[in-house]
Write a protein that binds this ligand. Structure first.
Ligand code: SF4
Length: 233
């Protein structure tokens, strides 16, 4: 029987070949061809970006989508951009990442007990997928959550888009739904028996980290709470 590691490898391979959203396929490939000047000598990934981290992960971090010159360039989620710098530094302080930086797929970074993925796997123009693109990509998230479900205890949603993407995944994988709409907030926590907890965190975008809306201390509190919910402390 196929184990979770094999199933995730197969899913990752399938995701990287996907061309279901014409607008996003065109955009990711155009960005990969035109490049940003600072990366003109690099070969861009230019494809959908799969999840990253071990198959046994009590903590999941759910983002929005890869960045045009970050994940879409390097092929690894939150890798090679300022958002990732902030996120992986925090994960390293929390003991969940082997190093504080994430620069390329072969930089040696490993995660402990944590898997990172996005609600939409292709970089969207202006970081804004359409509702149709979000729904078209959702089955990949649901499959990935299903594969790690036996160990999964908490999902950290980075921003309101990821928070909203969690509920259909919860219904699809666990067959449960909240009784009423649960608003997103930094530090907001939703829990129910038999499913992972959902913990809200402001997105690690430059818009939030440069303005001080999200500080390293606030991220440390979120990951300390996530570890506690995951039974790691
Ligand atoms: S966003 Fe998702 S469904 Fe759409 S092309 Fe990319 S991987 Fe495929």
């Amino acid at each position: 029987m196929e184990d979770a590691r094999d199933a995730l490898d197969r899913l990752d391979a399938e995701i990287t070949q996907c061309r279901r959203c014409p607008r996003l396929v065109a955009w990711r490939e155009e960005v990969a061809a035109t490049k940003r000047a600072a990366f003109r000598d690099e070969e861009y990934w230019g494809r959908p970006v799969p999840g990253f981290g071990p198959h046994r992960a009590p903590i999941a971090i759910l983002g929005l989508a890869p960045a045009a010159h970050g994940g879409n360039r390097t092929g690894r989620i939150f890798t090679g951009d300022r958002s990732g710098d902030v996120l992986f530094a925090a994960l390293h302080r929390a003991g969940l990442a082997s190093q504080p930086t994430s620069t390329s797929r072969d930089d040696g970074l490993t995660l402990t007990a944590t898997r990172i993925f996005a609600a939409v796997r292709c970089a969207p123009p202006e970081n804004k997928p359409t509702p149709l693109e979000r729904d078209t990509c959702a089955p990949f998230l649901h499959r990935e959550m299903r594969e790690i479900a036996p160990d999964l205890r908490v999902v950290v949603a980075l921003g309101a888009f990821a928070w909203a993407a969690f509920w259909p995944a919860l219904r699809a994988v666990y067959g449960v739904a909240p009784a009423r709409k649960v608003p997103f907030g930094h530090g907001a926590l939703w829990r129910i028996d038999g499913a992972p907890a959902l913990l809200g965190c402001y997105h690690v975008s430059q818009q939030n980290t440069f303005t001080g809306r999200l500080t390293p201390g606030m991220l440390d509190e979120i990951f300390a709470r996530a570890k506690q919910l995951a039974g790691l402390t």
